[in-house]
Design a protein around this ligand. Structure first.
Ligand SMILES: Nc1nc2c(ncn2[C@@H]2O[C@H](COP(=O)(O)OP(=O)(O)OP(=O)(O)O)[C@@H](O)[C@H]2O)c(=O)[nH]1
Ligand SMILES: [Mg+2]
Length: 408
C-alpha cells in the first residue's frame, strides 16, 4: 500500500508478519517494540486477545527519519489460527513486505506449510505476488527440543531463496535482523518500482542510514510469556462484537482503518507533547531571564543616587527608593500611602497636575522644576523628570519621577 506524500517527503510502507498459530509473530513485535521504542517512542497496539492469541491483529507504527524523508512503517501481525482467514486476507491488503515466522518444532512442519499455502492464496486474493513481494523467512523457536534442521526447513519452506534467519524471539535473538532485512528489501523494492529516488548514491545512503537506525541490540530481559501485555505498555484495543461480526469483511476493514488512525493519532499526540515540552523549556528560560532583569532593575532603582518614585495614573505613589527615603524622610511604606502631590508645595501643585496630564496624554517625558516638602516640612527645590511607563498597547500604566536637587 505504499503511499507518498510529496509535500513532506513521507513514504508509508506496510509490513505484515505471517505464519501459523503460536509461531511467535506477536512476540517478534513485542521485542521490536522494546528495541525500537527507545528512540522513536512508537506504540504497540493489540486488539484484545483470547488466551494471549491474536484475535484480530497487532499493529506497531515505526517512523524513521531517513535522508530528509520520513519512512513510516505500519507493522502488522495476523492471527495464525486457521479460522481467522478473512482477517488475514484483509490485513494482507496493500502489504509491501512479509515476514513469514515459521515454528521450528519438527511436528509443526505441516502447519508451517499450510500457513505458507494460505499466504499464497491470500496474497493472490489481494493481487499480490508471492514470487516477487519482498519477504523474509524466520525459523523461530530454535531453543526448543525436537526442532527441524535449518536445511530441512529451507527445503520445505524457502521456495524462492528468501533471506532466512534462525531465531529465538523470546530472547530477541534474530528478531532485529529479520526486521531490518525486510525493511531494507521493501524500501529498495518500492524505491525502484516507483522511481522514488533516482540517484544511486542516495539509495545507498538510505540503506546505510536504515542499518544504523535498526542496530542489533540485546534485550535487557526476555519477553515474558503468559499474561504479558501489561509489562510492555501495549495499548490494547478492546473488541466488543461477537464472532459472527468479526469475520464480516466490512467490519474488519473498518477496524483495521480505525486502528491505523488511532495509532497515527497517538504518535501525533506524542510528537505534539514533545514540541510542547520544548516550548515549556524555552518559556522557563525566558521567565528566568525576566526574573533576572527584574531583579537587576529593582536593584538599579533602589540603589540609584537620586530619589525616584513611581506614581499611578491617579497620582498615588507606588514605589519609592532609598535615596527618596533619605531626601524626604518618608519610609517606603509611608510614602506608598501618599499622593505624589502631597510632596509638592501649594505653589507647584498646579504645575504638577499639568505635567502629569501632559505626560499621560502625550506619552512623553517632561522635565520641570518643582517646589517640594519633606516629612518635617523643609522645602526642597527639585528638578523632576517625569516619564511614562506604557503597556504593550501604548497605554500609560504608571509614571516615573526622577528627582534631583537644584539651587533656587
Ligand atoms: N520457547 C520459545 N517460545 C516462544 C518463542 N517465541 C514465542 N514463543 C512462545 O510461543 C507462544 C506463542 O507466541 P506468540 O508470539 O503469541 O505467537 P503468535 O504467532 O502471535 O500466535 P497467534 O497470535 O495465535 O497466531 C507464546 O507463549 C510465546 O511466549 C521462542 O523463540 N521460543
Ligand atoms: Mg499473535
Amino acid at each position: 500500500m505504499v503511499q507518498f506524500n510529496s509535500q513532506n517527503d513521507e513514504i508509508l510502507i506496510k509490513i505484515v508478519y505471517y505464519g501459523p498459530g503460536l509461531s511467535g509473530k506477536t512476540t517478534n513485535l513485542r521485542v521490536l517494540h522494546r528495541l525500537i521504542n527507545q528512540e522513536t517512542h512508537t506504540e504497540l497496539f493489540s486488539v484484545d486477545t483470547m488466551e494471549d492469541r491474536t484475535l484480530f491483529f497487532d499493529l506497531m507504527p515505526v517512523q524513521l527519519p531517513v535522508s530528509g524523508r520520513t519512512l513510516k512503517f505500519q507493522v502488522y501481525t495476523v492471527p495464525g489460527q486457521v479460522h481467522y482467514d478473512s482477517t488475514r486476507r484483509i490485513i494482507l491488503s496493500g502489504a509491501d513486505g512479509i515476514v513469514f515466522v515459521a515454528d521450528s518444532q519438527a511436528d509443526k512442519m505441516a502447519e508451517n506449510v499450510e500457513s505458507l499455502n494460505n499466504l499464497h492464496k491470500n496474497l493472490n486474493a489481494n493481487r499480490l505476488n508471492i514470487k516477487t513481494i519482498p519477504m523474509a523467512l524466520q525459523f523461530n523457536k530454535r531453543d526448543m527440543e525436537n526442532i527441524a534442521a535449518l536445511q530441512l526447513m529451507n527445503q520445505r519452506l524457502n521456495f524462492r531463496n528468501c533471506p532466512n534467519f534462525p531465531a529465538v524471539a523470546l530472547t530477541g535473538q534474530g528478531v532485529m535482523e529479520t526486521f531490518r532485512r525486510v525493511v531494507q528489501d521493501a524500501t529498495s523494492y518500492l524505491v525502484e518500482k516507483y522511481h522514488l529516488i533516482k540517484d544511486p548514491l542516495e539509495q545507498e545512503r538510505i540503506r546505510v542510514e536504515l542499518d544504523e537506525l535498526l542496530p542489533d541490540r540485546e534485550l535487557k530481559e526476555p519477553i515474558s510469556t503468559g499474561k504479558k501485555k501489561k509489562d510492555d505498555h501495549v495499548t490494547t484495543l478492546s473488541y466488543m462484537g461477537n464472532e459472527g461480526e468479526v469475520t464480516e469483511s466490512e467490519a474488519l476493514e473498518k477496524a483495521v482503518k480505525a486502528a491505523e488512525d488511532s495509532a497515527n493519532l497517538v504518535n501525533e499526540v506524542k510528537r505534539l507533547n514533545g514540541e510542547l515540552k520544548e516550548k515549556n523549556e524555552k518559556l522557563r528560560t525566558l521567565l528566568e531571564e525576566n526574573r533576572y532583569i527584574r531583579k537587576f532593575l529593582e536593584s538599579v532603582f533602589h540603589h540609584a543616587g537620586l530619589p525616584i518614585a513611581t506614581v499611578s495614573p491617579r497620582g498615588i505613589i507606588t514605589n519609592w527608593n532609598k535615596a527618596a527615603e533619605q531626601a524626604f524622610g518618608y519610609s517606603k511604606v509611608d510614602a506608598k500611602k501618599l499622593y505624589f502631590s502631597e510632596l509638592v508645595s501649594e505653589t507647584s501643585v498646579l504645575d504638577l497636575q499639568t505635567l502629569v496630564s501632559l505626560v499621560t496624554s502625550k506619552n512623553q517625558t517632561l522635565i520641570s522644576k518643582l517646589d517640594m516638602v519633606t516629612s518635617s516640612g523643609k522645602s526642597l527645590h527639585q528638578s523632576c523628570v517625569l516619564s511614562p511607563i506604557t503597556d504593550d498597547k501604548g497605554h500609560v500604566m504608571s509614571i516615573t519621577a526622577i528627582l534631583s536637587p537644584i539651587e533656587k
